[in-house]
Design a protein around this ligand. Structure first.
Ligand SMILES: Nc1ncnc2c1ncn2[C@@H]1O[C@H](COP(=O)(O)OP(=O)(O)OP(=O)(O)O)[C@@H](O)[C@H]1O
Ligand SMILES: O=C(O)[C@H](O)CO
Length: 547
């Protein structure tokens, strides 16, 4: 253990030793991971690599590198903003507004780039974030002492509240006062919906909060939730962009939604909405809420335009996704190839029930082991391929063509270690009262599936070293202090020897308790807050064992 600590390996530190919310960058160390690869044998280095790949995925969508890639300022006489190479002249004043969980760090990085050109800014960020970042030593995510950006902290528990309303009102006033010669830079990230509440009168904030809570508790997906929110808000659904007209609006967006839909991320305050009041009514009907709506909500819905505002009304707006799960995976792929892995990205949109997704990963790992253990996959290979095609059809992951993926897999060099990367967000239907998160639950379910598969085909699984890692890129998996967890085909059997039955923990959604107890937290991924959020990332690493 001491040897690992020297190599900067947080994931192997015992749980008791872990300070909460410490800067994950400090704790993961800039150089430790690659060094440990040379000093550790067997699966240890696979695990080290998985950690290093997760780290590089998250690192590339951290606010500062992301902003620096996307935003540049050029020219002294006639300054202009360059956003992904598109030029926006700064004719008069440059303003900044932002809302979302990752926006403070984005604002700090933007202010550094914009310097004195920035006249004034307002950001609405989660309650307590400045103190947390301060405590975690993440100074680079905090605004400088004489910053021109005013900070509003609110939305306790990710729900709109009076503090967030103050921030939203300030942002609204700023936008309303802009002229045709001004430029408004808008920073948007996940959590933005709750941080930018502006209910259309006569709707009260409490009524909107209540409706949001009810929809969420009845299982509404974020697309549904935000379709409703857009209809009830002055700023969502393109409202902010319309208020800022005729100023030029440039939005830099960090996506936390599958498929990066501009009009759903933070409820699309600067994007043309593709939804109508009918869509909203359909959702309220689906969740049996139509007949219990407050009178104010009924009034607003009945007077809403039947069609969304046409997209030509947004010609003054430029929306750019500057960070996403796709970008994070692309960086991890680059790193994995550098480490010598034959690498494929499964999808950046893996979603669906956590149990089905776990089964998909188990079947995939079985196939990868057959491929690695070679020489031929045989009838087992045919069976597993069939299972994968069926599971992919059931899950209906947007943009994933499993047949093409399997084809690409066959083209990979079998002598090389394999790396499969994926991302997205699973759904956990809570049945029990335990503590966990969707990544820890996924890792434990994959561990259990592999344990069962080992019972029937020890041959190929036993001839490979396998590591599976699932982690939330924001560094927090559910209400736990871990970001996720690692598993291997041996995990469940080893835990049984310690008297820990994975199935019992899973039936109570108690994955965090399982991983905390098992080998004193050795398989937990603990990163602390990362200051960004592009959903979750999964890493699978496989190589033929030396034994
Ligand atoms: N005991 C548990 N076991 C498994 N999953 C859980 C448990 N408790 C909560 N969760 C899951 O954790 C999720 C909420 O956690 P978290 O705040 O990380 O996600 P989020 O609300 O999607 O936010 P973000 O998008 O910022 O990650 C929900 O999807 C919920 O189902
Ligand atoms: O703020 C929100 O609406 C969610 O995080 C999705 O972006």
């Amino acid at each position: 253990m001491r040897r690992l600590e020297r190599c900067g390996l947080t994931a192997l530190t015992t749980l008791k030793e872990l300070p909460t919310k410490t800067s994950w960058l400090l704790r993961l160390g800039g150089l430790g991971c690659l060094r440990t690869h040379q000093c550790l044998p067997g699966t240890m280095s696979l695990r080290e690599h998985a950690l290093s790949l997760f780290r590089s995925a998250v690192g590339t969508v951290r606010p500062a590198p992301m902003l620096k890639r996307a935003l540049k300022l050029q020219g002294e006489e006639c300054p202009q903003l360059l956003v992904n190479s598109r030029a926006f002249p700064l004719k008069r004043d440059l303003y900044l507004v932002g809302f979302g969980k990752a926006v403070l760090g984005m604002a700090a990085a933007a202010e550094e780039i914009l310097g004195d050109h920035l006249v004034r800014g307002i950001v609405s960020v989660p309650l307590g974030i400045q103190e947390s970042l301060q405590r975690a030593g993440m100074q680079e995510m905090l605004l400088k002492p004489h910053s021109r950006i005013q900070v509003f902290e609110g939305a306790r528990n990710n729900l709109p509240d009076s503090e967030a309303l103050k921030g939203a009102n300030a942002i609204r006033e700023l936008a309303e006062g802009l002229t045709a010669d001004d430029l408004l830079l808008v920073l948007i990230s996940g959590g933005g919906s709750a941080l930018l509440p502006a209910p259309i009168p006569p709707i009260l904030l409490e009524e909107k909060e209540q409706l949001t809570k009810m929809l969420a508790s009845r299982g509404a997906a974020i697309q549904e939730l935000n379709t409703v929110r857009k209809m009830l808000s002055l700023l969502k659904g393109g409202g902010l962009a319309r208020l800022a007209y005729p100023a030029q609006v440039v939005s830099l967006i960090l996506s936390d939604v599958i498929g990066d839909p501009l009009d759903i991320i933070a409820s699309g305050p600067t994007a043309a909405s593709s939804h109508s009041v009918q869509d909203c009514l359909q959702i309220l009907t689906k969740y049996n809420l139509l007949h219990s709506l407050p009178r104010s909500v009924q009034t607003v819905l009945s007077s809403s335009a039947t069609k969304p505002t046409a997209s030509e009304h947004y010609s003054h707006v430029c929306n750019v996704i500057i960070g996403s799960n796709t970008l994070a995976l692309a960086e991890a792929k680059r790193q994995a190839e550098g480490l010598g892995y034959a690498t494929l990205i499964l999808s950046a949109a893996v979603c669906g029930d956590v149990g089905c997704v776990a089964e998909l990963y188990c079947q995939l790992i079985r196939l990868l082991c057959l491929h690695t253990a070679g020489p031929a996959e045989g009838p087992q290979g045919t069976e597993v391929r069939g299972n994968l095609l069926q599971l992919a059809a059931e899950l209906d992951i947007p943009g994933l063509n499993m047949a093409e993926f399997l084809q690409a897999l066959q083209g990979l060099e079998p002598q090389k270690p394999l790396c499969i990367l994926a991302g997205g967000e699973t759904t956990v239907q809570l049945q029990g009262t335990g503590k966990g998160g969707r990544n820890q639950e996924l890792a434990l379910r994959v561990g259990l599936g592999l344990h069962r598969a080992r019972g029937v085909e020890a041959s190929s699984l036993g001839r490979c070293d396998v590591i599976f890692l699932s982690g939330g890129t924001d560094g927090q998996d559910g209400p736990t202090e871990a970001a996720g967890a690692f598993c291997s085909p041996e995990l469940v059997a080893e835990a049984l020897q310690e008297g820990l039955d994975a199935e019992t923990f899973l039936s109570n959604n108690d994955s965090y308790a399982f991983f905390s107890h098992f080998q004193r937290g050795r398989h937990l991924l603990v990163t602390g807050l990362t200051g960004t959020n592009v959903m979750d990332v999964q890493v699978i690493l496989i190589r033929a064992t030396d034994r």
